[in-house]
Design a protein around this ligand. Structure first.
Ligand code: CAA
Length: 382
């Protein structure tokens, strides 16, 4: 591992373990993409459970590894190098576990975290047809009746919707109060009234199952409320602070993978009597790609380190996500350019990596929302 100030021997070990499992996932990544086969990704997540990666940051007393954000970032980076669909599903799973870690009481943590660290899959249900970037505009409602909450509404673009055992659902408990009227709930698979809608057919991360979720009078015990009533928006935002570092780490993995493929190809491909890597046009592209990878690395690892120091990471997470995701889109585009016609075919994974990179600039807050968060934070800090 390159010498970086952020890492210890433990991080090196985590990277090695993740690298090995990512090699396994590389065998099926293009099939999962081609066939939109989410069963492959489901199997991969279970594999991550077997080797302790699914519950990497879950405290040991709740069945996890008790590791830190830097370990999580490295694991995601390695997995995203070969199978971004698996990385994204793993990230969405962690958003659910993180919401429980952030706001759950001891009983809720004891009930849900060990299973999420082992072999059960999580999902994070915030987005709705009328509430994407404007997350506080969500319309799903939760009403307390006879000691049980009844949830009604519709969620969409939910990563893992099809395979989730535990869904963290955000709903209005006071529809008159915007962000201050939202609560977070744990809804289990199989709850009466819970319906999983159609599987979205997507441009990229096609193995990761994205679905609608319908809550048609889903009744859950009042004990499934996470934190206090009307404090759910803060839970969502805090989970997304971590999630945005996770997206930056996945973007970094995608960028590095595309870069390595481009270098290898440029060394082997002969045109005009010599390997194309000898040409300045190619070298300049590689230099620009490398600079962006180094910048993404430093922003992402710094944000993860900051999270491990117990600092608020809203600003740094948005900076890392904005830069690294936009960089991944550019780097994968340049990689296709270096491979030329070959890069445009499915014989090489760079076209898939480019399609997979696009979601990184959209999910867990678009690039525009990241700019808004960054601007708000730097303005208020002045
Ligand atoms: N941490 C803690 N609290 C926060 C916070 C944070 N990062 N961000 C906001 N809050 C608090 C604010 O302090 C405020 O509380 P007070 O009034 O008590 O101060 C409250 O939340 C409301 O904040 P805002 O006024 O800033 O809210 P807003 O309506 O203007 O929205 C936003 C802010 C940043 C635009 C937010 O709506 C947002 O992040 N939008 C993007 C949503 C998003 O990322 N969706 C992704 C869906 S999940 C997904 O993609 C996962 C997947 O499946 C893989």
């Amino acid at each position: 591992m390159e010498k970086l100030p952020y890492f210890t021997e433990v991080h090196k070990d985590v990277r090695d373990i993740a690298k090995k499992v990512a090699e396994e996932f590389s065998q099926t990544a293009s099939i999962a993409d081609e066939r939109e086969d989410y069963t492959i990704i489901e199997k991969n997540l279970k594999r991550l459970g077997e080797i302790g990666i699914l519950g990497l940051r879950v405290p040991t007393e709740y069945g996890g590894q008790g590791l830190d954000m830097r370990s999580y970032a490295l694991a995601l980076e390695e997995i995203a190098k070969t199978c971004p669909s698996t990385a994204l599903s793993y990230d969405a799973h962690v958003l659910a576990a993180d919401s429980i870690m952030l706001a759950g009481n001891d009983d809720q943590k004891k009930k849900y975290l060990p299973m999420l660290a082992k072999d059960k899959i999580g999902a994070f249900a915030l987005s709705e047809p009328y509430a994407g970037s404007d997350a506080a505009a969500l319309r799903t409602v939760a009403e307390l009746k006879n000691g049980r909450y009844i949830l009604r509404g519709e969620k969409h673009f939910i990563t893992n919707g099809k395979i989730a055992d535990v869904i963290v659902v955000f709903a209005k408990t006071d529809p008159t109060k915007g962000a201050k009227g939202i609560s977070a709930f744990v809804v289990e698979k199989g709850s009466p009234g819970l319906k999983i809608g159609k599987l979205e057919s997507k441009m990229g991360v096609r193995g990761s199952p994205t679905t609608q979720i319908f809550l048609d009078g889903v009744e859950i015990p009042k004990e499934n409320l996470l934190g206090k009533e009307n404090e759910g928006f803060k839970i969502a935002m805090e989970a997304l602070d971590i999630g945005r570092i996770a997206v930056a780490a996945q973007s970094l993995g995608i960028s590095k993978s595309a870069f390595d493929i481009a270098v290898k190809y440029a060394k082997e491909r002969v045109q005009f009597g010599q390997p194309i890597i000898n040409f300045q046009a190619i070298q300049f592209m590689l230099a620009d790609m490398y600079v962006k990878i180094k910048a993404s690395e430093n922003l992402t690892y710094y944000a993860a380190w900051l999270a491990d120091s117990g600092e608020k990471v809203t600003l740094q997470a948005s900076i890392a996500k904005l830069f690294s995701s936009e960089a991944a889109l550019e780097i994968t585009d340049k990689a296709i350019q270096i491979l030329g016609g070959a890069g445009y075919t499915r014989d090489f994974p760079v076209e898939r990596l480019h399609r997979d990179a696009k979601i990184m600039t959209i999910g867990e807050g678009t690039s525009e929302i990241q700019r808004l968060v960054i601007a708000r934070n730097i303005i208020t800090a002045k």
